[in-house]
Design a protein around this ligand. Structure first.
Ligand code: GAR
Length: 192
């Protein structure tokens, strides 16, 4: 790894995937940015001694203007990659165009299924209706404004069991995510 940590991590919430990165790949993250000032992930970043930046959207601020401010914050750390680990805001090309091939997203569903928010809950409900037999997770590059879609870096199936509660499925998915994200980022680190 070079002297500058290669990853800036963007979050919006709990940050359990951020925590998995911090625990398994110490020294790999230079800063954590959240659009939600109350996100627990910012506390995790502080506890790890990292810059923890709250960057809420201003009232009436256009999406693209927000993304331009976000670019300034991220670019200051000169990351090799930007990791979206539970980042729940759509990014425009104002942001993505500044980091081509270098934005990586984690999504708790298989490619082409349940894009957007509440993916686990929607998979759980689809299972209850007999529409799917399992779900999964994916890690992919974000080339454009498509939602939870782009060239795949890794994917894994996650089973759903008939006696699952939503919470048990969520826990199983998060455990799988933590492992796959760390594994994938480890491979990327080896290329730097
Ligand atoms: C994760 O399950 C991640 O895949 C999902 O948000 C959760 C964040 O959990 N991302 C998306 O749904 C993106 N569309 P965490 O804050 O505990 O890491």
């Amino acid at each position: 790894m070079k002297d500058t940590p290669p990853f800036v991590v963007l979050i919006s919430g709990n940050g359990s995937n951020l925590q998995a990165i911090l625990d398994a790949l110490p020294g790999s993250v230079s800063a954590v940015i959240s659009n939600q000032p109350q996100a627990y992930g910012l506390v995790r970043a502080q506890q790890a001694g990292l810059p923890a930046i709250a960057l809420p959207r201003l009232p009436e601020e256009p999406r693209r203007a927000y993304d331009t401010r976000l670019v300034e914050q991220v670019a200051a750390y000169q990351p090799a990659y930007v990791i979206l680990a539970g980042w729940m805001r759509l990014l425009t090309m104002n942001f993505l165009g500044q980091f081509p091939g270098r934005v990586i997203n984690l999504h708790p569903a298989l490619p082409g299924t349940f894009p957007g928010t509440h993916a686990i809950e929607r998979a759980y409900q689809a299972f209850q209706r007999g529409e799917i037999s399992h779900t999964g997770i994916m890690i992919h590059l974000v080339p454009d404004e498509g939602v939870d879609n782009g060239p795949l870096l890794a994917t894994a199936e996650v089973p759903i069991y008939p006696d699952d509660a939503l919470e048990t499925l969520e826990e199983r998915i998060h455990t799988a995510e933590h492992a796959l994200l760390v594994q994938t980022l480890q491979k990327i680190l080896a290329t730097l």
